[in-house]
Structure formats: C-alpha cells, structure tokens
Design a protein around this ligand. Sequence first.
Ligand code: ATP
Ligand code: MG
Length: 469
Amino acid sequence: MKKGLFSKLVATFAAIIAVSFIMTAAFLSYWFESYYFEQRKGQLITESQFIGTAAVQYLEGNISSDKINETLTYIGNYLSADIWLIDNYGYAYAVSDIDHKKILYTQVLTKELEDLRLGHTIEKRGIYGDIFKVPVHTFDIPIFSRGVFKGAIMMHTSVSELKGTLIRVYEIIWISALFAIVISCIVIYYFSQKIIVKPLAQINYVADKISKGEVDKRVSIKSKDEIGVLAESFNSMADSLEEVEKNRREFISNVSHEIRSPITSIKGFIGGILDGVIPKEKENYYLSIAYEETQRLTRLVNDLLDLSAIEAGQFKLRIEEIDINEIIRLCVIKFEQKIKEKNLKVDVLMQDDNLYVAADRDRINQVVTNLVDNAIKYVKKDGNVKICTKSKGDKALISVFNDGPTIPENDLKYIWNRFYKGDKSRTSKISTGLGLSIVRSILTQLGEDIWIENKESQGVMFTFTLKRI
Ligand SMILES: Nc1ncnc2c1ncn2[C@@H]1O[C@H](COP(=O)(O)OP(=O)(O)OP(=O)(O)O)[C@@H](O)[C@H]1O
Ligand SMILES: [Mg+2]
C-alpha cells in the first residue's frame, strides 16, 4: 500500500508541478525573446536617425566618403552591427566594416525597395549572400529627406551574438525552473510522507494487529484533518471491537459457569447412586434434585436460544390487537401458587377493563411473565406487588412495582446485561440473569421502551410502553 499510494501521489504532484514550471519557463523565454528584439529594434531605430542625417548630408555632397564611413564604423561598433547605406536604386555606397567593401556599388536591395519607398521597415533573418557565413538579423530602415526617398540603412547583427545574451537569460529561467521543480518535489515528498503515507501506514499496522487478536492496539494520530478523523473513527471502531470481544469472552465464561454447576450436581448425585454411596431409600430424593437441575439447564438453554433468536431478528413478530389487561390478569393467576407461598399482597390497577395495544401476544406474555416473576422473586415475604396499566397519548404504560430493597444506582445500567444478577455470589439456583435481557430485546424489536426506577419509599418499579390502538 505504502509504495503504491506514495509513488502515485508524488508522481502526480511532481508531474503537475513540472508541467506548470515548464510552461511558465517556456512562456517567459518566449516573452523575453520578443521583448529583447523589440528593445534592439528600438535602439537601431534611434541610431538610424543619426545615420540617416549623415547619409543625406553625404548624398548632398556636404561630407566626404571617409567621413560617412567613419561615422558608420563608429556607430556599427557601438551597436555591434554591420551597417550599410543603400541609395534609392538599391546600390550600396557606404559600409561600416572595411571587409565588406566588395559589395560597394553593387545592388543589394531590389524587391524590398518598394516597401522601403512606402516608408516601411523590413526585418529578416538568415544567411545573407556570401558576405555573412552565419545567420544574421537584418533590419532595413528607409531614409527620407524632405519627403523624398533617399535610400535605406541596412543593419546586420549576427544572430548568435544576439542569442548570446538571450541564452544567458534562458539559462537563468530554466535553471530556476529546474531548481523550483526539485525543491517542490522534495517538499511534496516530505509532506505526503508526513501527512498521508505515515499515518495510513500506522493505521494499516494497527488494523493488522487488531485482526490478529490484539484488540487493545490504537493509533496515535492527533492531526485535525480527514486523516485525524479517520484515525478517531478507527479508534472508536477498535473500542467497539474490544467491547464485543470482551462481551464474547464474558458470555462464554458465564454460560460455562451456569452450565457447570447443574452438571456437577447431576453428575455427583447419579455417580453417588451408581456407586452405591447414596442409600437406596434416598435415591428418589436425589434423583428428583437431579431432575430439577436438568429442568434448570433446559430453561437456561431455552432462554439463551430465545435471546439469540430475538437479537438476530429471527422471531417474526406477529403484530395483532391484544388486550394487555387480559394478559396481565392471566399472568397473575399463573403465579397464584407462589403469591400464596410468600403471602404477598398483589394489587392490579387498571383504568378500564380492556386496554388494546398492537403487539405480538406470545412475546408480550414473555415480557409480563418475566417482570412479574422478578417482582415476586425479589419482594420480601408478606410484601407488596403493584401492577398498573394506563394510557398516555398513543401509548399504553405498564408498570410492575414491588417493595423491598432498591437496586444500587451503579448497578442500574447493568441489570439489562445478559447474566447480570444482583446476587453476586451466583449461588441462586433459581435465576440465570437472562430475564431482563430478553425483556429488553423484545421491546426493542417492537420499537418500544422500558426503564427502571428505584422508589424512595423502598421498592423497584419497571415501566414499559406499548402502542395503543
Ligand atoms: N423487581 C426486582 N426487584 C429487585 N431486583 C430486581 C428486580 N428485577 C430484577 N432485579 C435484579 O436484576 C437482576 C437481573 O434480573 P433478570 O430478570 O435479568 O435475571 P434473574 O431474575 O436473576 O434471572 P432469570 O430472570 O433469568 O431467572 C436480578 O438478579 C436482580 O438482582
Ligand atoms: Mg428474572
């Protein structure tokens, strides 16, 4: 991953930067070349005025041929140019460089004369006859005296000499561009390593560790950008994974613990009977205890299966119109025996005879049975149990109250967990700690709510909602 992403990033940015710098450098070079030639033309035109005046004076016989040649030589040196003077028929009559004497009184301009006569300047580049062996830049400027065309000034500059200056500027432009590209690439390399590649590599490393079971590993990226947010989300995902893993371990240890004690006693009793350690007349008694233990095991397994089926959403809810008051009445009757045994006072308070709600009959029966079972189980002997139903808006509120000791505030959020039991010693043989988890899972699946309140006057009240019809 590291190599792929990193090289793609650096290559993309480097390409973008290289293209932009190359374009800028090319544009600058082009612009500078035109600027430079414009400047040169300006300089030649300025000097040409002086030459033009001297040429007219010469043509009118006011100065000698030596004088005009001398002037041309002087200005030619100054401009680093070879200057020729041409008459109105295109014949050369003065040159700045003695070596070019052979062109004197030959016709060097023919077809260009038309344009010059109209007052236009002419610019050319290339090899010029057999005089210049290297390419030259030639600039022809017409001479007028009192409006009459008097010939032209031809100024030749070696292109390589002109380019000499330009090449130095090009060098500066292109070396700067290259330098900027290299520096930018280094900066991109450094920052993409620091900002993206290293953090991603760290996340990848930790993800790998977590997938191998080290769920306590976390990434330590504190940046405030998207990578920082990703790292935060990653860590919270790792937290959830750790929590799930912890729950899974706890669940397995709880299930094993719950199963081990009945199996141990069943094994002990049956072993005792088989070995003859238990006397014949006591056999029935111990067998009935073993039978109870198998019932407890069956109930545990059924509860677990129920719970996992509800949580997995495998129980298809059959929503129908049910009378919650009727369900409560039947449930209380079911517990009559236990109520009598503990001599409890059970009050059932209902607004009306019937309260119709939309729910799954069997599941709601399970909810009510679990809550009433808890109330009867955890209330003291001769205690009070109160069951109320009432309607509030489009909801029915059902509460089951029993007096007796309250649940410690710290434990309130745990009572819904699987295998949570108030009796920490786990000695209770009648409970598994699954009842309330089943209750909450059913109500959650129905989209309803349940909560618990410790009553000040000593007691615990569970209230849940159902949708009224
Ligand atoms: N009405 C209540 N009064 C006091 N404590 C309660 C009451 N209902 C539940 N609790 C506490 O919450 C714990 C969890 O209850 P839950 O119904 O989930 O499990 P259980 O009753 O122990 O076992 P099970 O219902 O599976 O037989 C109980 O062990 C008990 O400590
Ligand atoms: Mg219970």
